[in-house]
Design a protein around this ligand. Structure first.
Ligand code: FRU
Length: 347
């Protein structure tokens, strides 16, 4: 009889299509609205794979903490790692260690100083810097006294955005470089540091911030000095949340921002290709675009539509989950019933 029961269980399990379970460990360098959007996209995409579990850790801009996080995920024997390195140089050895231990690794957004990774997914930050430079170039020959508010010095996205910017504006004579600060990607740091910068250079008239949060921080400092009207601010990210980049462009506080795509869905799709041993692209470049007063409103509207349909999709997926759960219960009841009948028959 026990053989019979085992057979029935096996039959029902195979009907439900049980497949190998995967755990993906995600080590994020930071915790902010851009990361939240990316994490939400990854969570949402993971719902397409019922056999997939995500474990997300955030190092809150701290290299040591990120090294510990990645070690913890290695110890937990995750099937695949997704890492956005805080500072490339510091995080490279632990990424190499995981890779050497045979764990596939997808590096996202910022880079490591090594080839030991399975795939890289992110935008081209040199190109984004160049796009900022081209925006400045498009303004004509009016003299600009330009100040740069940079992201964390050791992060490759900051290095590459600066490189791209100077690829273009380095050859323009009407631009005077007034200096730069490292504001670690944070609004508060930018606001605090720019406060002293404005004491020294109240004549700055153009600020290139490497993300929108820092552009907003610099704007706030300028407003305190009553200088904001005479300065143009540009940033990167173009999030559509209230008071973030696109909204700031609509409010007239920022002149432009550049989309820094989060691409969480592509990251999970690539991870699943790797885990299922299917072909995948090793280097995926996500595309960017300029957002200014001419297209900010369209972007807001389109984003609202995307949010609406993704909420509907979530509802649908919840309904499906509960339907499948009900079906599971029904299956178990039917199986038990069959076992009881067979038991009787055997008597
Ligand atoms: C998010 C973020 C973005 C920025 C990116 C650079 O954590 O700070 O604002 O564009 O990282 O890697």
């Amino acid at each position: 009889m026990s053989v019979l029961i085992a057979l029935i269980i096996l039959l029902f399990n195979s009907c439900l299509g049980e497949s190998e379970k995967y755990v993906i460990g995600i080590s994020q360098c930071s915790q902010d609205e851009w990361r939240e959007k990316q994490n939400a996209e990854m969570e949402q995409e993971s719902r397409f794979y019922p056999n997939l579990e995500l474990k997300v850790l955030s190092a809150k801009d701290d290299n040591e903490r990120q090294i510990r996080d990645i070690q913890q995920l290695i110890d937990q024997k995750v099937n695949l790692l997704i890492v956005s390195p805080n500072e490339g140089k510091a995080i490279t050895p632990i990424v190499e260690k995981a890779y050497d231990a045979g764990i596939p690794i997808i590096v996202i957004d910022r880079k490591v100083m090594s080839d030991k990774y399975t795939a890289f997914i992110g935008a081209d930050n040199i190109q984004i810097g160049e796009a900022m430079g081209e925006y400045i170039q498009s303004l004509g020959n009016e003299p600009l006294r330009l100040f740069e508010v940079c992201g964390l010095e050791g992060s490759t996205s900051a290095q590459e955005r600066t490189q791209g910017l100077y690829n273009v504006i380095g050859r323009l004579n009407h631009i005077e470089r007034m200096g730069s600060i490292d504001a670690s990607w944070r609004m508060e740091d930018a606001e605090y540091k720019m406060d002293s910068v404005f004491n020294l250079h109240p004549d700055i008239n153009f600020i290139v911030a490497q993300n929108d949060r820092m552009a907003i921080g610099a704007f706030r400092a300028a407003r305190r000095h009553r200088l904001e009207k005479g300065i143009r601010f540009i940033g990167v990210d173009a999030l559509t949340n209230k008071d973030f980049g696109v909204d700031q462009v609509m409010q007239g506080n920022m002149a432009a921002t550049f989309i820094y795509p989060t691409g969480g869905d592509v990251v999970i799709q690539t991870a699943m290709h790797i885990l299922n041993r299917e072909p995948f692209e090793r280097d995926v470049t996500l595309s960017s675009a300029q957002v200014d007063v001419t297209n900010a409103r369209i972007m807001m509207l389109q984003d609202a539509l995307v949010k609406q349909s993704s909420e509907r999709m979530n509802q649908l997926s919840e309904q499906l989950d509960s339907f499948l759960q009900q079906r599971n219960v029904q299956n178990i009841l039917v199986a038990s019933f069959i076992v009881i009948i067979l038991n009787f028959a055997a008597l």
